[in-house]
Design a protein. Structure first.
Length: 732
């Protein structure tokens, strides 16, 4: 403050002009200003001649809050605050004025100057009113009872054409435990689960859990290089790549042995800021507390049917894998081939009368697009998390499933699946609030120095309590970045994690999620570190520079669908298809950009770093622009005619949302291509399996009518771009 006051002769206007002179593209924003009115003359204290301010208006561009101090005619101080009501709430402004007044009064006391915090600012902590009950090894105890002591009469798992009851499931789990034990797996050992979605995957997880082994789920479709890097980091006792249901003669008797609260239950790898995935070590007591709170809140019991759509390497699958068998319910699983087939999901929901759905919002969006009327009517609870839950999605779900309660859940992987939730009520089109913490957990919003901030003030979220993981699987790093301990209200130390999430308290105490502080982005519920993707791109010999960014087709919609885009500088001959293939050999499909733009140079900030705002603008422009390939244009135009409410970008690398081709959509796309090209034949079978616009184009180019199709597409595109007057003029 004293350093700033030494330049008080230089006005804010002068500073703004100098900044603009140095960089004409800079945006000078001064949201908060302080006006010193101490030198303004006070009104004379004469009866009948006192001047009083009745009303006023501040009209200062770009200013959200103007704080002003002036001398009162009685010798005291006036504190004024003019604020833009659309930018800041009155509650926050009144809090600022109240704190400022307290500070000024405290400054009159000489002792105040020796204290670190002269006044008590409202340091809100959003704490659950309920504490987490003591650890009882409840998950394993209930699983053991339902599998081996008192199995329920109903079906345990439905997958494809298989219907597995509880005794059969118990036999399969026993076989798997026997195989693992014979291979040397003991309590605390690590086991990687590397198979596709299905019954055997669940059996392996249950076997590891009951044996007190630590399971590490790996995406079997991820590049081998990435999977091997994770395997090298965890050093598993056993790698499971296929079902363990064969059993072995002479296997030892299976016994139940209790586990400790701080034992690791699983290790989940997430995108890392260092360019390598990070393994989050999750404790058994953390999982038990989350599971118990969730089952009690939603009253999930033996009569329920859950749908397990989440991939095992996504933490929401933890509930799918355990909850049904803990309460004696039924789990419906899509097969590995159906993992992206929302039509099959909807049919299974209807056929098996599914009652509980748990997934990221994007998967629910796919389900709603593909479900026929009445297919989702049995749903009574939908749990959505991992990304924005919008009011629009909620409205569509309420229409499709009128009796379905909806809960938004949140929290990073480091806080055990979810540690905050909010029961959704009817609202507008904006995002659903983040919510309130689960029992045994607390949230704080803190500033850059780690100090809690008052309600309404934006800051980073810090989580404390039972849900916080032990840390990352990093050798020699006892307290990994972000993890630590804090002192709770009871005076006891508790685990804490400083997230990268930005938010604030609402006046009612509920937290609003506003974005992320670091470079992490979320695409379809998957957390991605752009630097990890950039690192792999730069390993390509033709790539000189690359910047990866989240891209929103509609920048005005802060909560709309997000894609991953890449701006790159490369030598001649390299194209998005080549770079995409390069990444597919190294990263999961979720980490491969779908929007690409080659440039001569990457835009930089004045300090020489990539200007990510400019990068996103360029990528968004490329999404909105037209590709020179007429078959790319034809494919996008046909898709957009089939689903006019959803717009596919004209870009060869753009992935085709699966729901576009659902329920006869592929045939409809082919019909639109035929109409656009004047009847040039296209074989629908040749397009099956393509998951990008470029893939469709490749199939079209290999067909017998490729040259005729290109010519017709060029003509159709030219006609589509003509105005009505231009068409009339050409027709004479």
């Amino acid at each position: 403050m004293l350093a700033a006051l030494s330049h008080r002769t230089v006005s804010g206007t002068t500073v703004a002009r100098q900044v603009l002179a140095a960089d004409r593209t800079a945006a000078v924003v001064c949201p908060v200003t302080f006006t010193n009115g101490l030198s303004w003359p006070a009104s004379p204290d004469l009866p009948g001649e006192r001047i009083r301010l009745s009303e006023h208006l501040t009209a200062t561009p770009q200013v959200a809050l103007d704080l002003r101090v002036s001398v009162a005619d009685s010798g005291g101080l006036y504190l004024h605050a003019d604020f833009a009501t659309d930018a800041i709430s009155e509650t926050v402004v009144r809090g600022v004025l109240r704190t400022a007044a307290d500070l000024l009064e405290a400054m009159a006391d000489e002792a105040t100057w020796s204290r670190g915090e002269p006044v008590d600012i409202d340091q809100s902590v959003l704490t659950s009113p309920d504490t987490a009950p003591p650890y009882r090894d409840e998950i394993r105890t209930m699983l053991w009872r339902n599998l081996f002591q008192d199995p329920p009469a109903g079906v345990a798992i439905v997958c494809g054409g298989r219907r597995i009851d509880y005794p059969t499931l118990a036999h399969m789990v026993t076989d798997a435990m026997s195989v693992l034990r014979a291979d040397g797996v003991r309590a605390g050992d690590r086991v990687t689960v590397e198979m596709g979605k299905g019954v055997e995957q669940i059996v392996t997880v249950l076997a590891c859990l009951l044996m007190r082994a630590v399971y590490i789920p790996l995406d079997p479709t991820a590049p081998e290089r990435r999977r091997e890097a994770i395997v090298a980091a965890v050093r598993p006792r056993r790698r499971v790549t296929e079902g363990l249901t064969g059993g072995r003669e002479g296997a030892p008797t299976i016994r139940f042995e209790p586990s400790a609260a701080d034992d690791a239950q699983y290790i989940l790898f997430t995108s890392g800021s260092t360019g390598a995935p990070k393994g989050v070590v999750v404790r058994r007591d953390s999982v038990e507390a989350m599971m118990r709170s969730s089952l009690d809140r939603w009253r999930i019991g033996a009569d329920d049917v859950l749908f397990g759509v989440s991939a095992l390497h996504h933490d929401m699958s933890v509930v799918d894998s355990l909850a049904p068998f803990q309460v004696g319910a039924t789990l419906v699983l899509p097969t590995h081939e159906q993992r992206r087939d929302a039509v099959a999901w909807a049919e299974a929901v209807a056929a098996e009368r599914v009652t509980v759905w748990i997934s990221v919002p994007a998967m629910m969006d796919m389900l709603l697009h593909c479900a026929a009327a009445g297919q989702l009517g049995t749903l009574r609870r939908a749990v959505l998390g991992g990304d924005w839950v919008t009011g629009e999605l909620v409205d569509r779900l309420r229409t499709a499933a009128p009796d379905c309660g909806i809960t938004s859940v949140g929290g990073p992987t480091e806080t055990t699946v979810w540690n905050i939730w909010h029961d959704v009520v009817p609202q507008g089109p904006g995002p659903v609030p983040y919510g309130s913490p689960l029992p045994g957990n607390a949230y704080q919003v803190v500033d850059d120095h780690g100090r809690p901030v008052p309600p309404g003030v934006v800051g980073r979220m810090r989580c404390t309590g039972i849900a916080v993981a032990d840390g990352y699987l990093v050798a020699g790093d006892a307290v990994p970045p972000g993890f630590g301990t804090t002192v709770g209200a009871d005076g006891l130390a508790q685990r804490s994690f400083l997230t990268s999430d930005i938010g604030r308290y609402r006046p009612d105490g509920v937290i609003e999620f506003l974005g992320r502080a670091d470079g992490f982005v979320k695409v379809r519920g998957v957390r991605i570190e752009p630097g990890e993707v950039e690192k792999e791109l730069l390993s390509h010999s033709a790539v000189a520079r690359a910047v990866v960014s989240a891209v929103r087709a509609d920048p005005a919609d802060s909560f709309g669908e997000t894609a991953l885009g890449c701006l790159y500088v490369a030598a001649n001959g390299s194209d998005p298809a080549e770079l995409r293939a390069h990444l597919e050999r190294r990263l999961p499909s979720s980490h491969v950009p779908t929007v690409w733009r080659r440039v001569d140079d990457v835009p930089l900030t004045p300090n020489g770093k990539p200007d990510r705002d400019s990068v996103e603008h360029i990528l968004r422009t490329s999404v909105e622009g037209a590709d020179t390939d007429p078959l790319v244009w034809l494919t996008a135009a046909a898709l957009n005619r089939v689903r006019p409410d959803d717009e596919v970008p004209v870009d060869a690398a753009t992935e085709i949302p699966m729901h576009w081709l659902a329920r006869g959509g592929l045939a409809a796309v082919v019909r639109q291509m035929s109409e656009l090209t004047g009847g040039v034949p296209v074989d629908p079978a040749a397009l099956a399996g393509a998951d990008t616009v470029g893939g469709v184009v490749a199939a079209l180019r290999s067909g017998p009518s490729a040259s005729e199709l290109v010519a017709a597409a060029e003509l159709a595109r030219e006609i589509e771009q003509l105005t009505d007057d231009e068409v009339d003029a050409r027709l004479g």
